[in-house]
Design a binder for this molecule. Structure first.
Ligand SMILES: Cc1ncc(COP(=O)(O)O)c(C=O)c1O
Length: 407
């Protein structure tokens, strides 16, 4: 069964918003539109439940219950235990806190592997641990393609490596990294793995339990939700690392790595992402069993739609003079996050596209290391065209026409 994009778009008020008419959205990797169930829950929370949660009066009980519901339902979709999922202000802050925990747990001389493919969020906080005597080893991309070769990781591993950090897919290369294979390589060498899933999660929630990493992070404001970072930390690792939260919260796994007070309304509204998955699954005759099965069903529907739209875009740009496509030209191997190096200021090209009703961005997207590695000039940056399952065929055609005008 194919994804019903009309039904999908009906769940996003942005598509009915008069001020957005005539503008096709191709900067989804920066942040997605928000689905109605999330907006409805946020509104309800702020109007009916905006009190200190978990106290013994009704508004407070409902507030706390909704926050718990969000964690339980999202954890179930991700295929992990409820207390293995926590919410923080953003993925960047979540990795920062994790890096503090690893820094306290590790001994000088022990090592962490980072990539030069990652967004700065899953790179900088780990690299700074060099100040504490931790050795940082860089797993480098192929300078032609931006590809991360798992075989090259093996050469970096030995008994001193405690952690391997890498992205599920980069926010500019777009190639989907084989998380399970890489995790197996790291685990065999005795290292934990931390996966930045921010660029992958908008294209379908992964079953993190099955995928296998010890840590998996993503940002809800890119997965149709509010501005929160979601972080899975599997129990063995989470209990072993030192508590970074209030001392009295140390026994609660989901509170150990979120020292900030939670944003109650936004945590609660994350349940709207689970509503959205369930709604899509039901509309497309999905399985009635486990939430993770509904998540997988919706993931596959999204992927199939995105791949069908993505291949014509890749075909249209890959052989064009003066355009360099970063990452694979086969849609099945990548997310619909397409970075183009143009040998001129990409932001200026994005501005030209805006005049044609295309919302896109240019720059380094906080992934300067990988652009540098593949030889993109920092002053040019890349034009990034990113879409999701709610993007229509008509919008894609509009993009192709606009690209013909400006490239
Ligand atoms: C791949 C990737 N990782 C991490 C982040 C940082 O996420 P946050 O804004 O939640 O800190 C981003 C944000 O754009 C990203 O694209």
């Amino acid at each position: 069964m194919a994804l019903d994009t009309e039904f999908v778009r009906g769940q996003f008020p942005a598509f009915d918003e008069p001020s957005l008419q005539g503008h096709a959205f191709f900067e989804n990797a920066g942040g997605s539109y928000t689905c109605a169930p999330v907006i409805d829950r946020l509104t309800r929370f702020y109007t009916q439940r905006k009190v200190q949660p978990y106290a013994p009066y009704e508004a407070s009980r409902l507030a706390g219950a909704e926050m718990d519901e969000a964690r339980a339902r999202m954890a179930a979709i991700l295929g992990v235990e409820t207390d293995e999922l926590s919410f923080g202000p953003s993925t960047t802050q979540n990795t920062y806190v994790l890096a503090q925990a690893f820094g306290a747990w590790m001994q000088p001389g022990e090592a962490i592997v980072v990539t030069n493919q990652d967004h700065e969020a899953n790179s900088g906080p780990w690299r700074r641990l060099a100040d504490r005597g931790i050795e940082i080893r860089e797993w480098k991309v192929d300078p032609e393609t931006g590809h991360l070769d798992p075989a090259a990781l093996e050469n970096l591993l030995d008994e001193s490596v405690r952690l391997v950090c890498f992205p599920h897919c980069s926010n500019v290369v777009g190639e989907i990294n084989p998380v399970t294979e890489i995790t197996a390589i790291a685990h065999a060498a005795g290292a934990f793995v931390c996966v930045d899933g921010v660029s992958y999660a908008p294209h379908g929630f992964a079953n993190v339990g099955r995928l296998g990493p010890d840590i998996y992070l993503f940002s809800a404001y890119k997965t149709y939700g509010p501005h929160q970072g979601l972080m899975v930390i599997r129990r063995t690792l989470g209990q072993m690392l030192p508590n970074q939260g209030h001392v009295f919260n140390g026994d609660s796994l989901y509170k150990r790595f979120t020292p900030a007070g939670p944003d109650h309304a936004q945590v609660a509204a994350c349940a709207g992402m689970a509503d959205y998955v369930d709604m899509l699954s039901a509309h497309h005759d999905g399985p009635s069993g486990k939430p993770s099965e509904r998540g997988s069903h919706v993931h596959d529907l999204m992927r199939a739609h995105e791949i069908a739209l993505l291949q014509p875009l890749l075909d249209a740009v890959k052989d064009r003079n003066a355009v360099r496509l970063i990452g694979p030209s086969d849609a099945t191997r990548r997310a619909p996050t397409v970075a183009l190096a143009l040998n001129r200021d990409a932001e200026a090209v994005a501005a030209e596209l805006a005049a044609h009703g295309i919302m896109a961005g240019g720059g380094d997207f906080y992934a300067g290391r990988v652009l540098d590695a593949v030889g993109v000039r920092p002053e040019d940056g890349v034009l990034r065209l990113s879409f999701t399952h709610y993007t229509s065929q008509a919008e894609l055609e509009r993009l192709l026409t606009a690209l013909d005008e400006v490239l």
